[in-house]
Design a protein. Sequence first.
Length: 473
Amino acid sequence: MNKLRFGVFLLLGSLVAAPLDEATRKLARDIFQQLIEINTTDSVGSTTVAAQAMAKRLLAAGFAAEDIQVLGPNDRKGNLVARYRGTGSAGLKPILIIGHLDVVEARREDWTTDPFQFIEKDGYFYGRGTQDMKVSDAIVVTTFIRFKREGYQPDRDIILALTADEEGGKSNGVDWLLKNHRELVDGAFALNPDAGGVTTVKGKPLNVDVEANEKLYADFELDASNPGGHSSLPVPDNAIYHIADALSRLERAPFPVELNPVTRTYFERRAGLESGQTASDMRAILGTPPDPEAIARLSMDARFNSLMRTTCVATRLNAGHANNALPQQAQAIVNCRILPGHTSEEVRQDLMRVFADPKIIVKYIDNAGGVFDRAPDTKAFAPVLPPVEVMQPLERVTDAMWPSAPVIPEMETGASDSVYTIAAGIPSYGVSGVALDQDDVRAHGKDERVRVSSFFDGVEFYYRYLKALTSAR
């Protein structure tokens, strides 16, 4: 491989931007800014506006009208489907790229900057979606336009679906497209840049993650009720105390450690990048049986803890109706991220055993907000390492751009729209070239940001990676 051709973009141990031409940099930045400044929250925003804005850019770049569609179940939840036509010479099914346009809610008073203004300062771009995931939406749209401008002919079609309601809401775009317009988004496999990416430490590349599978998402509602009464006459049977005790038990009762082929591979390879006790502990948990002291130490790091076990955590509380009255009802929401091989109903039963309190009713909440006495029996999809056709081009491009960073398959601890594509029989892999410091993950949080250099490296990465996947063999 000619590494001089691709370049080595490390300076003083920090990540610096790939040498994009100024026209491409301006195009990518303008698209990124436009997406950030379109409010796409479920409460007041519109993914349709964002989808139409990207459609307009693609049409202006020369895409045929029949290859650009904005469609959805209502006027606020539109999805963009764009098809880049290939030669078809290899007889291959298209590659599907999925990315969500919606973002989580953000309150101006919580942020240092306006979350819906694109701000560049101190080497970072700030705004809601700069990490999750308008950054990648902008990158892939830029790549499509870049390909079109240079007349690139891939050996197969490439489909881009930018969609609604991944973060919540009742109109998930990937699900809707697969159920209503499967022919528009059917592919040999899907790439989902909502997962994967370059893990860095103070800007220095450590490794490149590729998502091979993900946990199952589940919300549970805990309810305790009581006749209530006057607060001057307290009784032991208090709904708030029942909920508080249950959550305290949950805090002290972690789920058991369980590794699968993907997480075992992750810890095996990650151990070589660590040093001292951490490296030793990663190797020690791979034994039979795993070392309990190593497990305990690694569990102190939220990243590693979430890879080893199912996690359930309290995220919301609501109780009482007056300051001077005993509570008639108390409620908590517990969010779980469930390991492959286990169901939401299995975890609901586990929670009831942990709480050991008949006064606590545990119900399942679906993605649309419906509350049910029983959870689904569906399991998360089995872990499968990415195939050679995905990994080899990824390793080749990674070696060119970040030569010290190995590619490591990972299990996504969050949740993504890959659950819909995989369920539809489309193998899906999380691949992204955006670098984030492992201690600066601000997705869903305040002052969300991405390094300016990381964004432009991501632009160059997807351009190279898609070419590597679709160049004539």
